[in-house]
Design a protein around this ligand. Structure first.
Ligand SMILES: C[S@@+](CC[C@H](N)C(=O)[O-])C[C@H]1O[C@@H](n2cnc3c(N)ncnc32)[C@H](O)[C@@H]1O
Length: 334
């Protein structure tokens, strides 16, 4: 096989490997193996699975290094597989389940149609993604857990690398469950935090902030960022928000933030900024998910962000590379 053949067939194999991971995540295989190896029959019974089918998936997972054989028909988790457990801090079980969720999987499978027409096949079938999630509480919970897991890879870098001095109140605009806000507030004991998101998401955030012991210096406010955002804060965080919207909508959100912020305030935009080169980058992968799932959504380069900010009377002051392909853009009023 030539190098180019193996490159392409390697990518094709990705679909089986991802489906094996999805099966493992969906059936909770890693949770069942948390206390040690199990025979296939017992594992299948505990996961509610058909043993001969599960055995074939496990064979693929062994070849990927996610589980290993233990005895003649038993399996155990490897270190790599441990992150598929629900109860570990860096769990990616929800992320795998979300990416393989019916609608999201459909979106990627129909990318050719989306590219043909220029409008998302997912939106045509299911409507806007956040409205879709609002009608499916179980899926919405997995989505919020997915966003939480994604953020873990860069929030530690955010609090280490960004100087929050002077930020008395931080608004996390469309902050999801509040995991980023909670991390920042834990490392800044005098900071007040406001989580702003759609109603069903703000309810979940209120719970998380209380569980984190932050209820007395935080609020979770429900609202629509196209109408307004809470006024009078020193900093506004927009993490993985602008990439969900086309330029016109992104500027509307930014103008509402610009209008709401204290004089001398700042906007902190956290996104996977597209590099200028042709090397692989997580932003390029995410960009195809944006293309497939939402009309107008896109990842952007530093220059494209600077152009957006200028349209909202804001200017890009600094870009700080965090981790896992995420960057923080510090933005100030013009
Ligand atoms: C990709 S998630 C990002 C969540 C969080 N900032 C993070 O980084 O994990 C986008 C968020 O935008 C919220 N959202 C969507 N439309 C909104 C609207 N019109 N007003 C307020 N929030 C909205 C969603 O509920 C979701 O929590």
């Amino acid at each position: 096989m030539s190098n180019s053949d193996s490159l392409l067939w390697g990518a094709v194999a990705g679909i089986s490997r991802f489906a094996a991971l999805l099966t493992m995540a969906d059936l909770g295989v890693a949770d069942q193996l948390a206390d040690g190896p199990l025979d296939t029959e017992e594992l299948a019974k505990r996961c509610g699975a058909h043993a001969p089918s599960l055995r074939r998936v496990l064979r693929e997972l062994v070849s990927m290094g996610v589980v290993r054989r233990a005895g003649s028909d038993g399996y155990d988790l490897t270190d790599a597989g441990t992150v598929l457990r629900s109860d570990v801090p860096d769990s990616i079980r929800s992320s795998i389940r979300m990416i393989g969720e019916d609608g999201f999987w459909y979106a990627m499978g129909r990318l050719p149609d989306t590219v043909r027409t220029g409008s998302s096949a997912f939106v045509t079938k299911h409507g806007q993604v956040y409205e879709y999630l609002a009608t499916k509480p179980d899926t919405a919970r997995i989505f919020d857990a997915y966003m939480t897991a994604r953020a873990i890879s860069f929030t530690e870098a955010l609090v280490k690398q960004y100087d929050f001095a002077g930020v008395g109140t931080l608004v996390d605009v469309a902050g999801g469950r509040g995991h980023i806000l909670a991390t920042v507030m834990h490392s800044h004991p005098d900071m007040r935090g406001i989580l702003y998101d759609l109603g069903h998401v703000a309810d979940g955030a209120r719970e998380l902030l209380a569980t984190e012991g932050l209820a007395d210096r935080s609020e979770a406010v429900a609202g629509d960022f196209f109408a307004s955002v809470p006024a009078g804060a020193d900093a506004y965080l927009l993490a993985s928000v602008l990439h969900n919207w086309g330029d016109g909508d992104a500027v509307r959100i930014l103008r509402n933030v610009r209008r709401a912020m204290n004089p001398g305030g700042r906007v902190l935009v956290l996104e996977a900024v597209l590099p200028d080169d042709d090397a692989p980058h997580v932003g390029k992968d995410l960009d195809l998910r944006m293309l497939a799932l939402l009309n107008g959504a896109r990842e952007r380069s530093r220059e494209e962000y600077a152009t957006l900010f200028a349209q909202a009377d804001l200017e890009l002051a600094e870009v700080i590379e965090l981790a896992a392909g995420a960057s923080l853009l510090e933005v100030r009023p013009v």
